[in-house]
Design a protein around this ligand. Sequence first.
Ligand code: DOR
Ligand code: ZN
Length: 345
Amino acid sequence: MNSITIRRPDDWHLHLRDGAVLASVIGDTSRHFARAIIMPNLVPPVVTTADAKAYRERIIAAIPKGDRFEPLMTLYLTEHTDPDDVEEGKKSGLITAVKLYPAGATTNSHGGVRDMEKAMPVLERMAKIGLTLCVHGEVTTPEVDIFDREAVFIEEKLEWLRRRLPELKITMEHVTTKEGVDYILAADSNLAGSITTHHLIINRNAILVGGIRPHYYCLPVAKREHHRQALRRAATSGDARFFLGTDSAPHVDPLKECACGCAGVYTAPNTMSCLAHVFEEENALDRLEAFTSLNGPAWYGLPVNEETMVLEKQEQPIVYPGKCETEAGAITVFDPMFPLHWRVR
Ligand code: DOR
Ligand code: ZN
């Protein structure tokens, strides 16, 4: 097969940042994707419907001319989030989901939730009005090894929340473990998972073998090979509970290449080429569309895109620019460590 046509894809987890970086990175997504769920972990975070409305306007203003792209906005859950404001955001059509960052789990998460009990009034309202909770599923307890943080979160926090509030729709974002995949497969309703491009391609060796490679460091951190294999099976299975959320997370190089580098992998420019490669390797090109374009809209109750995208396989490897230049500095693009032959026409 040298060419496939799929419905235009969506990205169900994306960081666009703000200001100069937003202006430079948005085209890498809007070129290929019709919609994306936009993460709210700005400095300061997007905590109210008014914040989300203002951020949405800045995003719309930055979309390159000629591209059709719809940002789907989220709110950053805090212990003080007002349930009425959340409900208003959902009713007005502005808010697609609310994001739970356990405090301290990742980039700019210090304003996140420490005590889940304090967030219950908002979560109960969300369950009532059918608004999805997107979860960064890692515990932050210092005693828990960083490679175990997702599995422990599932056991200690997610299971507790799902028992407490079974009506709440939860997206377990950027699943990185077999435990995460199995937990989603075992649930009969109200739980789905997004999977990133890079977690289908790298395991933890990419970060640590032969020298420390900061551009492969993200959170949740990539795990052992058998976890990557479980993610590949889930993504390519066609199971409607799994869909693409790239977690494309740009940081300028000086913030990655230093003594205490930021977490995040910038995959927006070459994600579709990488995914076509992965799905071809798994003999599952016929299921790429489900993962990138069908399962996500079904889960979020949105229509699928009418436009299509053609991916063509060419003999010569495609050369993507290794960097995205921004006014704030260069951002290194994800290197899958294999040549890419699938091009978006
Ligand atoms: O690697 C990551 N980068 N993981 C996150 O959860 C946040 C993100 C970011 O904002 O840079
Ligand atoms: Zn993220």
